[in-house]
Design a protein around this ligand. Structure first.
Ligand code: 5RP
Length: 233
């Protein structure tokens, strides 16, 4: 019996079909992107596709290298044709919460460098309001991090928690920073205003709200079908 692939696999494999030879890619981070990388590597092998990618994390760089996907940097290729990345939540305006894997800062720099951003998600990530099913990750500097956390809490809109590893230490990003995971009891009512407010707090390096950065979403289904959502404006 042939097993139905998981929704994340469906989305990742569908995204690989969007890649054309000659493209400079942004390679996102996470378990859905891992499926994309495998499908991309298979196409590179089978079709002699000529592509190279800027990885958004050390984890992605390692996996791409293992799979034989050529890598490049934003210094060598400042303009990317297509970024393929995952997300933790997507709303109907194509606004995203990202950073579940802690790679939000590099992911946002890479997304902002691309002509096209394609987000790939499994089932259940399309939400009515951001912040209702997932905590909002905010990357902060280690220096004075508890003061930064308290300043975020003082806004009175969310409860921020320092992300902690299984070893009981603060989680450290590829940039040497920490992450605050912020709980909004009723979700984020105005993502643009919240992004602006959080970005102004000293010590905040990046906010996991991706606004006006996503052009298309591929949603993998439990039935093995991929749905392509395209942004109109
Ligand atoms: C990493 C991310 C990921 O893309 C996001 O957390 C989704 O991950 P997954 O595909 O494993 O569900 O933003 O910083």
């Amino acid at each position: 019996m042939v097993e139905t692939p998981s929704p994340k696999q469906v989305a990742g494999e569908a995204a690989a079909a969007h890649v054309q030879s000659g493209m400079i890619l942004g390679l996102g981070t996470g378990s859905t992107v891992a499926f994309f990388l495998e499908a991309l590597a298979a196409r590179i092998q089978a079709e002699a596709l000529e592509v190279c990618g800027v990885p958004t994390s050390l984890q992605t760089a390692e996996k791409a290298q293992q799979l034989g996907i050529p890598l490049t940097t934003l210094e060598k290729n400042p303009v990317l044709d297509l970024v393929v990345d995952g997300a933790d939540e997507v709303d109907k305006h194509f606004r995203l919460i990202k950073g579940g894997g802690g790679a939000l800062l590099r992911e946002k720099i890479v997304a902002a460098s691309a002509a096209e951003v394609l987000i790939i998600v499994g089932a259940g990530k399309m939400v009515k309001r951001l912040g209702t099913t997932f905590l909002l990750p905010v990357e902060i500097m280690p220096y004075g991090y508890l003061s930064t956390r308290d300043r975020v809490a003082k806004l009175g809109q969310c409860s921020p928690f320092v992300r902690i590893t299984e070893a009981g230490e603060p989680f450290v990003t590829d940039n040497g920073n920490f992450i605050l995971d912020c709980r909004f009891e009723e979700g984020i009512k105005n993502p643009e205003a919240m992004h602006a407010t959080l970005s102004q707090i000293p010590g905040v390096a990046e906010v996991g709200l991706f606004l006006n950065l996503c052009h298309q979403v591929i949603e993998g289904g439990e039935d093995g079908e991929a749905i392509l959502h395209q942004r109109k404006s």
